[in-house]
Design a protein around this ligand. Structure first.
Ligand code: BGC
Length: 247
Protein backbone atom coordinates (compact mmCIF):
# COMPACT_ATOMS: atom_id res chain seq x y z
CA UNK A 1 0.00 0.00 0.00
CA UNK A 2 1.21 3.54 -0.68
CA UNK A 3 0.85 6.13 2.08
CA UNK A 4 2.20 9.68 2.42
CA UNK A 5 4.51 9.68 5.44
CA UNK A 6 5.39 13.01 7.09
CA UNK A 7 7.97 13.68 9.79
CA UNK A 8 7.31 16.89 11.69
CA UNK A 9 10.39 18.30 13.40
CA UNK A 10 11.42 21.54 15.06
CA UNK A 11 13.37 22.79 12.04
CA UNK A 12 11.99 20.85 9.07
CA UNK A 13 8.84 19.05 7.98
CA UNK A 14 9.66 16.22 5.57
CA UNK A 15 7.46 13.96 3.54
CA UNK A 16 7.60 11.16 0.95
CA UNK A 17 5.28 8.52 -0.39
CA UNK A 18 6.07 5.19 1.23
CA UNK A 19 5.49 1.65 0.01
CA UNK A 20 4.44 0.03 3.28
CA UNK A 21 5.13 -3.48 1.99
CA UNK A 22 8.81 -2.87 1.33
CA UNK A 23 9.43 0.14 3.62
CA UNK A 24 10.93 1.98 0.66
CA UNK A 25 10.27 5.53 -0.45
CA UNK A 26 8.43 5.64 -3.76
CA UNK A 27 9.31 9.33 -4.26
CA UNK A 28 12.14 11.59 -3.17
CA UNK A 29 11.82 13.36 0.18
CA UNK A 30 10.41 16.86 0.12
CA UNK A 31 11.36 19.18 2.97
CA UNK A 32 9.76 22.45 4.02
CA UNK A 33 11.14 24.61 6.82
CA UNK A 34 9.08 24.45 9.98
CA UNK A 35 7.25 27.78 10.23
CA UNK A 36 8.17 30.01 13.15
CA UNK A 37 6.24 30.29 15.36
CA UNK A 38 5.17 26.69 14.72
CA UNK A 39 1.54 27.14 15.69
CA UNK A 40 -0.95 24.34 14.94
CA UNK A 41 -2.46 26.35 12.06
CA UNK A 42 0.93 27.18 10.51
CA UNK A 43 2.08 23.54 10.72
CA UNK A 44 -1.25 22.34 9.27
CA UNK A 45 -0.70 24.70 6.31
CA UNK A 46 2.70 23.08 5.66
CA UNK A 47 1.16 19.60 5.81
CA UNK A 48 -1.38 20.77 3.22
CA UNK A 49 1.50 22.10 1.07
CA UNK A 50 3.19 18.68 1.19
CA UNK A 51 -0.06 16.96 0.18
CA UNK A 52 -0.30 19.35 -2.78
CA UNK A 53 3.36 18.83 -3.67
CA UNK A 54 2.80 15.08 -4.01
CA UNK A 55 -0.64 15.53 -5.67
CA UNK A 56 -1.76 13.23 -2.89
CA UNK A 57 -5.29 12.10 -2.24
CA UNK A 58 -5.05 9.24 0.22
CA UNK A 59 -3.97 8.20 3.68
CA UNK A 60 -1.41 10.39 5.51
CA UNK A 61 0.70 9.40 8.53
CA UNK A 62 2.44 12.08 10.61
CA UNK A 63 5.24 11.64 13.13
CA UNK A 64 5.01 14.41 15.70
CA UNK A 65 7.48 15.37 18.49
CA UNK A 66 5.07 15.04 21.42
CA UNK A 67 2.95 12.49 23.25
CA UNK A 68 -0.06 11.84 21.01
CA UNK A 69 -3.10 10.23 22.57
CA UNK A 70 -5.87 9.31 20.12
CA UNK A 71 -4.80 12.08 17.76
CA UNK A 72 -4.50 14.75 20.46
CA UNK A 73 -1.12 16.32 21.35
CA UNK A 74 -0.61 16.02 25.11
CA UNK A 75 2.85 17.56 25.53
CA UNK A 76 5.04 20.07 23.69
CA UNK A 77 8.68 20.03 24.79
CA UNK A 78 10.35 21.36 21.63
CA UNK A 79 7.38 22.78 19.73
CA UNK A 80 4.82 25.52 20.34
CA UNK A 81 2.96 24.98 23.61
CA UNK A 82 -0.24 25.91 21.77
CA UNK A 83 -0.26 22.35 20.43
CA UNK A 84 -1.13 20.95 23.86
CA UNK A 85 -4.74 19.72 23.76
CA UNK A 86 -5.02 20.17 19.98
CA UNK A 87 -6.68 17.34 18.06
CA UNK A 88 -4.01 17.29 15.37
CA UNK A 89 -5.55 14.40 13.46
CA UNK A 90 -8.71 16.47 13.01
CA UNK A 91 -6.78 19.66 12.23
CA UNK A 92 -4.49 18.04 9.64
CA UNK A 93 -7.34 16.02 8.07
CA UNK A 94 -9.42 19.18 7.63
CA UNK A 95 -6.44 21.13 6.24
CA UNK A 96 -5.63 18.44 3.65
CA UNK A 97 -8.98 16.77 2.91
CA UNK A 98 -7.13 13.49 3.47
CA UNK A 99 -7.42 11.15 6.46
CA UNK A 100 -4.41 11.95 8.67
CA UNK A 101 -3.20 9.87 11.62
CA UNK A 102 -0.46 11.08 13.95
CA UNK A 103 1.97 9.23 16.16
CA UNK A 104 4.87 10.25 18.38
CA UNK A 105 7.97 10.72 16.19
CA UNK A 106 10.18 8.30 18.16
CA UNK A 107 7.41 5.69 18.15
CA UNK A 108 7.23 6.13 14.36
CA UNK A 109 10.99 5.62 14.02
CA UNK A 110 10.75 2.58 16.28
CA UNK A 111 8.00 1.04 14.15
CA UNK A 112 10.11 1.48 11.00
CA UNK A 113 13.11 -0.18 12.68
CA UNK A 114 11.02 -3.07 14.04
CA UNK A 115 9.45 -3.77 10.64
CA UNK A 116 12.33 -3.21 8.28
CA UNK A 117 15.48 -2.23 10.19
CA UNK A 118 17.64 -3.28 13.14
CA UNK A 119 14.68 -4.63 15.13
CA UNK A 120 13.46 -6.94 12.36
CA UNK A 121 12.82 -10.38 13.87
CA UNK A 122 13.95 -9.23 17.34
CA UNK A 123 11.91 -10.60 20.24
CA UNK A 124 11.97 -9.53 23.90
CA UNK A 125 12.34 -5.90 24.96
CA UNK A 126 13.65 -3.39 22.44
CA UNK A 127 14.36 0.23 23.28
CA UNK A 128 14.92 2.81 20.57
CA UNK A 129 16.31 6.20 21.59
CA UNK A 130 16.34 9.05 19.09
CA UNK A 131 19.07 11.61 19.65
CA UNK A 132 18.20 15.04 18.29
CA UNK A 133 16.85 18.32 19.66
CA UNK A 134 15.22 16.17 22.31
CA UNK A 135 15.67 12.58 23.39
CA UNK A 136 12.82 10.45 22.05
CA UNK A 137 12.01 6.89 23.09
CA UNK A 138 10.11 3.91 21.71
CA UNK A 139 9.71 0.80 23.83
CA UNK A 140 8.62 -2.59 22.46
CA UNK A 141 7.96 -5.86 24.22
CA UNK A 142 7.26 -8.96 22.17
CA UNK A 143 7.26 -6.57 19.15
CA UNK A 144 4.32 -4.60 20.60
CA UNK A 145 4.80 -0.88 21.14
CA UNK A 146 4.02 0.78 24.45
CA UNK A 147 3.25 4.25 23.01
CA UNK A 148 4.33 7.65 24.31
CA UNK A 149 6.96 6.50 26.78
CA UNK A 150 8.63 9.97 26.79
CA UNK A 151 11.73 8.58 28.51
CA UNK A 152 13.86 11.57 27.53
CA UNK A 153 12.15 13.47 30.32
CA UNK A 154 13.34 11.25 33.14
CA UNK A 155 15.59 12.91 35.71
CA UNK A 156 19.11 11.63 36.17
CA UNK A 157 20.88 11.23 39.53
CA UNK A 158 22.39 14.70 39.05
CA UNK A 159 18.87 16.18 39.18
CA UNK A 160 18.90 17.18 35.49
CA UNK A 161 16.26 16.11 32.98
CA UNK A 162 17.89 13.64 30.58
CA UNK A 163 17.19 15.59 27.37
CA UNK A 164 18.65 18.74 28.95
CA UNK A 165 21.87 16.83 29.65
CA UNK A 166 22.45 14.39 26.84
CA UNK A 167 20.55 15.45 23.69
CA UNK A 168 22.37 16.34 20.49
CA UNK A 169 21.16 19.93 20.89
CA UNK A 170 22.90 20.17 24.28
CA UNK A 171 26.08 18.66 22.77
CA UNK A 172 26.09 21.41 20.16
CA UNK A 173 25.14 24.27 22.51
CA UNK A 174 27.81 23.29 25.03
CA UNK A 175 30.28 22.54 22.23
CA UNK A 176 31.07 19.12 23.73
CA UNK A 177 33.43 16.63 22.12
CA UNK A 178 32.00 13.18 21.31
CA UNK A 179 33.90 11.60 24.21
CA UNK A 180 32.48 13.98 26.82
CA UNK A 181 29.00 13.77 25.36
CA UNK A 182 29.29 9.98 24.98
CA UNK A 183 29.89 9.67 28.74
CA UNK A 184 26.78 11.71 29.42
CA UNK A 185 24.74 9.64 27.01
CA UNK A 186 26.07 6.47 28.61
CA UNK A 187 24.80 7.72 32.00
CA UNK A 188 21.38 8.05 30.43
CA UNK A 189 21.40 4.65 28.71
CA UNK A 190 22.65 3.02 31.93
CA UNK A 191 19.58 4.35 33.72
CA UNK A 192 17.40 3.01 30.89
CA UNK A 193 19.06 -0.39 31.22
CA UNK A 194 18.53 -0.46 34.99
CA UNK A 195 14.84 0.31 34.54
CA UNK A 196 13.87 -1.74 31.47
CA UNK A 197 16.55 -4.38 30.82
CA UNK A 198 16.22 -4.22 27.03
CA UNK A 199 17.51 -7.09 24.88
CA UNK A 200 18.50 -4.59 22.24
CA UNK A 201 19.03 -0.83 22.19
CA UNK A 202 18.72 0.96 18.83
CA UNK A 203 19.94 4.53 18.44
CA UNK A 204 18.21 6.80 15.95
CA UNK A 205 18.30 10.47 15.02
CA UNK A 206 21.14 12.50 13.54
CA UNK A 207 23.78 11.63 16.17
CA UNK A 208 23.32 7.88 15.65
CA UNK A 209 25.22 8.25 12.37
CA UNK A 210 28.25 9.28 14.46
CA UNK A 211 28.16 6.24 16.73
CA UNK A 212 31.74 5.35 15.85
CA UNK A 213 32.81 8.52 17.63
CA UNK A 214 31.16 7.68 20.95
CA UNK A 215 30.66 3.91 21.08
CA UNK A 216 33.83 3.48 23.18
CA UNK A 217 32.08 5.38 26.00
CA UNK A 218 29.11 3.00 26.10
CA UNK A 219 29.22 0.35 28.83
CA UNK A 220 25.79 -1.26 28.41
CA UNK A 221 25.15 -4.96 28.78
CA UNK A 222 22.63 -4.97 25.94
CA UNK A 223 23.87 -4.68 22.36
CA UNK A 224 23.61 -1.11 21.09
CA UNK A 225 23.19 -0.64 17.34
CA UNK A 226 22.65 2.43 15.17
CA UNK A 227 19.30 2.53 13.35
CA UNK A 228 19.29 1.02 9.87
CA UNK A 229 17.23 3.91 8.55
CA UNK A 230 19.08 7.18 8.52
CA UNK A 231 16.82 10.10 7.66
CA UNK A 232 13.68 8.30 6.69
CA UNK A 233 12.67 6.24 9.75
CA UNK A 234 10.15 8.88 10.88
CA UNK A 235 8.55 9.07 7.43
CA UNK A 236 8.32 5.29 6.96
CA UNK A 237 7.09 4.71 10.52
CA UNK A 238 4.42 7.40 10.23
CA UNK A 239 3.11 5.66 7.09
CA UNK A 240 3.10 2.30 8.90
CA UNK A 241 1.17 3.86 11.77
CA UNK A 242 -1.49 5.28 9.43
CA UNK A 243 -1.81 1.87 7.83
CA UNK A 244 -2.30 0.25 11.24
CA UNK A 245 -5.24 2.59 11.88
CA UNK A 246 -7.22 1.32 8.92
CA UNK A 247 -6.41 -2.39 8.93
C1 BGC B 1 9.41 14.96 23.12
C2 BGC B 1 9.11 13.59 22.56
C3 BGC B 1 9.83 13.41 21.24
C4 BGC B 1 11.32 13.70 21.41
C5 BGC B 1 12.05 13.63 20.07
C6 BGC B 1 10.90 15.15 23.24
O1 BGC B 1 11.18 16.41 23.72
O2 BGC B 1 8.83 15.10 24.42
O3 BGC B 1 7.72 13.45 22.35
O4 BGC B 1 9.65 12.09 20.80
O5 BGC B 1 11.50 14.99 21.95
O6 BGC B 1 11.54 14.55 19.16
Amino acid sequence: MQILGIDIGGTGIKGAIVDTVTGELVTGRHRIETPQPATPEAVAAVIAQLVLHFHWNGLVGCGFPAAIQHGVARTAANISKTFIGTDIDKLFSEATNCPCYSVNDADAAGMAEMYFGEGKGQSGVVLLVTIGTGLGSALFTGRTLLPNTELGHLYLDNGVEAEHYASDAVRKIEDMGWKVWGKRFNTYLTLMEKLFWPDLIILGGGASKKMDKFKAQLTLEAPVRPAAFLNQAGIVGAALYAQSKIT
